[in-house]
Write a protein that binds this ligand. Structure first.
Ligand code: RUB
Length: 350
């Protein structure tokens, strides 16, 4: 699972790894039904902001099944887009992908069938993500000092994207260049993406990794055992505020207190230029059982009240730099992102 194809189009069907079963089992789901993909996104079988965007794009293609008239396709594609948009609210990649897929409905006459246009667009979204991940890794690695001990949170590797990953791709690239001494991985309660996915992926790469409980991070930093923190993002607003997995904000505050650089790696497709600040980002709340149970075993009293936001927002003042496929962006973020947005109007960044 360290390759670059966690989501594959197999000529009419979508094939992907069920991430909820990892690391115990590597189970592939193969389907030609967009509703199955939507369920998989909601249930975190497919997760990670860019991967959600790529999977949703291919799910829309599935809605235009080969049989049936062009007009019926348009109707079911419209329904599929509406259905998929309701799966997860925070990662903006879902919505930007769906917007691009919707634009195919009004493609120029003579430009192939609707299904052809949708497939070309979905392939383009995935290809852009592959290239974006590569660029993020190449830029990000320049920030890593030789002999570094790094801390990361949640999972930002190949499984979370259409390509090689974001923050975790920087880490594996830095390791290949001999720059990384050790990686600390926060387990990422409640759904354990850190322990189940990141620790597993790092071990597959042969990288020295130590798993910590999320609450260990502060003590680790106080002991001088972290040289840099690297995380991904689910949505970055026009002022550089960052929504990412719950627990990211705590790490950012701790890193600032200990004068440790805090880097956020994400493709430009994760930036929502339409939102001014992180306060405007919709934060998903998850089912209380994800907190009261660990893999189906109850670990809290029956009936206890739960608050379970899946993400938090880190204010831009705690972010040292954003590592994107358009390069490394440093404060003041509002100005830098405004310039980037303007340049996007004139040249496509892949
Ligand atoms: C995933 C998560 C990841 C981001 C960033 O949350 O918060 O850190 O998606 O990933 P969930 P990337 O597991 O709830 O989907 O850096 O690859 O964009």
């Amino acid at each position: 699972m360290t390759g670059t194809t966690s989501i594959e189009w197999t000529g009419g069907r979508l094939r992907y790894v069920d991430q909820t079963k990892l690391p115990d089992e590597v189970i592939f789901v193969e389907t030609d039904d967009y509703r199955v993909v939507a369920r998989s996104i909601k249930g975190l079988e497919i997760r990670g902001a860019p991967a959600i965007g790529v999977a949703a794009a291919f799910a829309v293609v599935l809605a235009a099944s080969p049989a049936g008239a062009e007009q019926e396709h348009a109707k079911s594609v419209d329904e599929a887009i509406t259905h998929l948009a309701l799966t997860r609210p925070t990662a903006v990649n879902l919505f930007s992908s769906l917007k691009r897929m919707r634009a195919c409905l009004s493609g120029p006459a003579g430009s192939g069938t609707l299904r052809d246009r949708l497939l070309i667009e979905a392939m383009a979204i995935r290809q852009e993500d592959i290239v974006a991940c590569r660029r993020i890794a190449d830029s990000g690695v320049t920030l890593i000092q030789p002999g570094s001990t790094l801390l990361t949170h949640c999972h930002t590797g190949a499984l979370a994207t259409g390509g090689g990953g974001t923050a975790l791709f920087i880490i594996t690239e830095a390791h290949q260049r001999g720059l990384v001494r050790r990686v600390y991985v926060g387990e990422t309660r409640p759904l354990l993406q850190g322990s189940r996915l990141t620790a597993w992926e790092l071990m597959q790469h042969g990288i020295e990794a130590s798993l910590i409980t999320d609450s260990t991070a502060g003590f680790l930093m106080k002991q001088g055992r972290v040289d840099a923190v690297l995380v991904g993002a689910d949505r970055i607003t026009a002022n550089g505020d960052v929504a990412n997995k719950i627990g990211t904000y705590s790490l950012a505050v701790l890193a600032a207190h200990h004068h440790i650089p805090f880097y956020v790696a994400a493709p430009v497709s994760t930036i929502d230029f339409d939102l001014r600040t992180g306060d405007q980002i919709p934060i998903e709340e998850r089912d209380s059982r994800e907190v009261t149970q660990v893999r189906g075993v109850r670990v809290a009293p029956e009936g206890v009240a739960v608050y379970a936001p899946a993400f938090d927002v880190t204010p831009n003042e705690f972010v040292t730099a954003l590592v994107t496929n358009a390069g490394i962006i440093r404060p003041p973020f509002a100005d830098a992102l405004e310039k980037l947005n303007q340049s996007l109007g004139t040249a496509a960044i892949t």
